[in-house]
Write a protein that binds this ligand. Structure first.
Ligand SMILES: Cc1cc2nc3c(=O)[nH]c(=O)nc-3n(C[C@H](O)[C@H](O)[C@H](O)COP(=O)(O)OP(=O)(O)OC[C@H]3O[C@@H](n4cnc5c(N)ncnc54)[C@H](O)[C@@H]3O)c2cc1C
Length: 420
């Protein structure tokens, strides 16, 4: 079968790898000159099944109100007359109940845990390296109310197969000695020993090389202009350079851009760009930078050690498709990093980046079939696209081949938005 995978982010490339392994003739199209140059470029580096708790929760609307007007707020909403944003926010609010949170955690965790296993398999199959570390992820807390709320979910996550250990402040420093200076401010932590970290851009670049060696053709520097449908199938893909592709099957993995190509087909997909920032600091020899990946709950930031660099990432900004770096927001991340790890590296050498997470209102990706018989979706992974890419790639490749995936698709496809 000929298959076109549209998008060469971590999600598209993982899908193309599995499709090629299945023996299909695969073409990957991306508007950028190489793989993983948009949302997958400089993300937080965490393979964090433990982070499957969606943004939409009972306390989120109140927190968002409290943060309104604060330029250093972890979540920033630029209220604008954008019907897609308004519709997205409405669905988001409807997912803020306790009952919905439980359902959404199970769905996201199902993909994340499966994906962690698939990532380990790919490592074994290909031997690729990407500054990977399998040292777990430690979630640290300074606010008692936030800690109580997180502890309430530990049992559920453990029951669903995500091993989480409650640890006191001394144990936090035992797990990550670079937290010693922060010890007096910590009230506790939750450690997920099976989670991992690594550089998503390096992984995607290397996996794309492996995929190319399996016969995948990469068409870089060409944007997809339009999908043309007839009789319930996609017949043509029009590229901006005039080329037309006519594959047997199409996988849409365009990250936050995916809804823009679906809309002319009459399909509304509630995926909206949630802008985030990262700062990368070179770690000089012997400096006091962490090696265990961390989540700092108070400022909603994550930290990952990527070889001789420390990556810090965070903030969610709903500002349409603008991915430029606001120096004030980026500077806030750098300041918080230096506060937590004063001797981690030279802040003057830090580099900044911003990217658009493809966010769904329920925090669950959108995988699989559409009303068009040969069109499949692999998008909406939000904060967990790196965590979920390998599993989601395998699931969608199975569906393209007409095989049932190894994990249930229940609640993961676009139908859940058509029903509610
Ligand atoms: C600040 C930040 C921190 C994050 N931290 C983490 C983390 O620690 N762990 C984690 O699991 N996830 C994290 N994420 C989320 C993760 O990075 C994303 O979910 C993931 O990269 C999405 O991958 P993707 O392949 O779907 O999208 P992308 O990487 O954006 O890929 C989509 C591709 O489609 C291409 N494209 C778009 N439109 C067109 C078009 N019309 N024609 C041709 N090509 C097109 C783009 O060029 C792009 O290459 C973070 C994200 C951000 C922004």
């Amino acid at each position: 079968m000929t298959v076109a995978v549209l998008g060469a982010g971590v999600v598209g490339v993982a899908t193309a790898y599995y499709l090629a392994r299945d023996g299909h003739a695969v073409t990957v199209v991306d508007r950028q000159p190489g793989p993983a140059l948009e949302a997958s470029f400089a993300n937080g580096g965490q393979i964090s099944a433990n982070h499957a708790t969606p943004w939409a929760g009972p306390a989120t609307p109140w927190k968002a109100l409290k943060w309104l007007g604060r330029t250093d707020a972890p979540l920033l909403l630029h209220l604008r007359a954008d019907p897609a944003l308004i519709a997205w926010l409405w669905r988001f609010l409807r997912n803020c109940t306790r009952a919905r949170v439980r359902i959404n955690i199970e769905r996201a965790l199902r993909v994340a845990l499966y994906s962690r296993r698939k990532l380990a398999e790919i490592r074994g199959e290909t031997g690729i390296h990407y500054d990977e570390l399998s040292r777990g992820i430690l979630h640290i807390f300074r606010d008692p109310a936030e800690y109580r709320a997180a502890l309430a979910q530990v049992d559920l996550m453990n029951r669903l197969g995500c091993r989480r250990l409650v640890v006191d402040p001394d144990a936090c420093v035992g797990i990550e000695p670079a937290l010693a200076a922060a010890r007096p401010r910590l009230i506790g932590g939750i450690f997920s020993p099976d989670d991992e970290s690594g550089d998503a851009h390096a992984f995607t670049t290397r996996l794309a090389e492996v995929a190319a060696s399996l016969g995948v053709r990469f068409r870089y520097g060409a944007a997809v202009r339009r999908l043309i449908a007839s009789e319930g199938r996609i017949t043509d893909i029009a590229l901006t350079d005039g080329e037309r592709l006519q594959p047997d099957a199409v996988v849409l993995a365009l990250g936050s851009q995916t809804p823009l190509l679906l809309r002319p087909l009459g399909l509304r997909l509630p995926v909206y760009p949630a802008k985030g920032y990262s700062v990368t600091i070179p770690v000089g020899g012997g400096r006091d930078a962490p090696t265990v990946s961390l989540i700092d709950d108070e400022v909603k930031m994550v930290y990952s050690r990527l070889g001789d660099r420390l990556r810090a990432a965070g903030t969610a900004e709903f500002a349409g498709y603008d991915d430029t770096v606001d120096q004030r927001r980026a500077g806030f991340l750098l300041a918080k990093t230096m506060e937590l790890f004063p001797d981690c590296g030279d802040p003057a050498e830090a580099t900044f980046w911003a990217g658009l997470r493809p966010a769904t209102p329920d925090g669950v990706p959108v995988l699989g079939p559409t009303p068009f018989g040969n069109l499949f979706l692999n998008t909406g992974h939000g904060t967990l696209g790196w965590t979920m890419a390998c599993g989601a790639g395998r699931i969608v490749a199975d569906l393209v081949a007409g095989r049932p995936p190894e994990v249930s698709l229940d609640g993961l496809d676009i139908d859940r938005f058509r029903r509610t």
